[in-house]
Design a protein around this ligand. Structure first.
Ligand code: IPD
Ligand code: CA
Ligand code: CA
Length: 271
């Protein structure tokens, strides 16, 4: 769907997403400067899956501002869960994408705010305060980093550039290692910066040819998917089988290498 659904103020929501992402990123920076004082907790049994008070505070900030401004809209956030998912507009946000980088002092994290309208990713804003980059886009209006338009790479083979990758322990290394072997065998090279939202934005920007993650959640990628679509990229059937809530394997790429990457992943991409 490329036209704005009637009777919804899309522009107000797009403008709000950009402003809120920037403000939330500044809130993140104030925590980041004092990261040594943050209490870091682990989610479940995976010691690599971390969260801090910064994640929760930023999500509370975004959620409260959205509820004030658009009380009729639904919400899905990584830290505080969901409300009103049957609404026409549902905000899908990750307060800090790249938390492991954040707590370890690596400058690869961002705030990601996306909006679904009638079940379709419609607009998104991803703020990276360490590099002063705001990635944003809206269906039918293009995608940008700050004011510069985004366009995916024109490459036709993985050997022509870098491919983003990611995995996490519970999914199992059997979905990851064979892919890496094939990527290297075909002359490609892997990249991982610890933020799925930023790596998706980098595919939209043509910095990466593609990005495969063995399993991603919708809050990691929803804003980025709008940018990707507007920049001419391709994505797998990520929302199948309740992907919005449960997550799924994830592949995004420029059209010239999408099929090559999909073949390297094989059946893992569908299950
Ligand atoms: C994580 C990042 C990372 C990806 C993980 C995600 P978080 O999100 O996007 O790149 O590999 O699967 O969980 O925990 O930093 O919000
Ligand atoms: Ca995330
Ligand atoms: Ca997060």
């Amino acid at each position: 769907m490329n036209s704005a659904p009637s009777s919804l103020d899309i522009e107000a929501r797009y403008s709000c997403a950009r402003t809120l992402a920037l403000e939330a990123a500044q809130l993140g920076m104030s925590h980041y400067r004092q990261r040594n004082t943050l209490l870091v907790e682990h989610k479940g049994n995976d010691l690599q899956d971390v969260v801090s008070i910064a994640d929760r505070q930023i999500e509370d900030f975004i959620r409260a501002r959205l509820a004030e401004r658009f009380p009729e809209d639904g919400f899905l956030g990584e830290e505080s869960g969901s409300s009103d998912l049957a609404a026409r507009c549902v905000w899908v946000i990750d307060p800090i994408d790249g938390t492991a980088c954040f707590v370890n002092g690596l400058h690869n994290w961002c705030v990601s705010i996306g909006l679904l309208i009638d079940g379709e990713p419609h607009l998104g804003a991803i703020a990276d305060p360490n590099h002063n980059e705001l990635f944003h886009g809206c269906l039918g209006q293009g995608a940008f980093v700050n004011d510069t338009p985004l366009k995916v790479s024109a490459a036709t083979n993985v050997a022509q550039g870098l491919t983003g990758t990611g995995t996490f322990h519970p999914r199992g290394k059997e979905h990851f290692i064979p892919f890496l072997e094939k990527l290297l065998a075909e002359g490609g090279m892997f990249f991982r910066n610890g933020s799925g939202a930023l790596m998706t934005a980098y595919v939209a920007a043509g910095r990466l040819l593609g990005y495969y993650e063995t399993e991603l959640k919708s809050w990691d990628c929803l804003a980025g998917l709008v940018l990707l679509k507007e920049a001419g990229g391709q994505v797998n059937d990520f929302f199948r089988n309740d992907g919005l809530i449960r997550g799924n394997p994830y592949l995004v790429a420029c059209p010239g290498v999408y099929q090559q990457l999909a073949e390297m992943i094989g059946p893992s991409l569908d299950g």
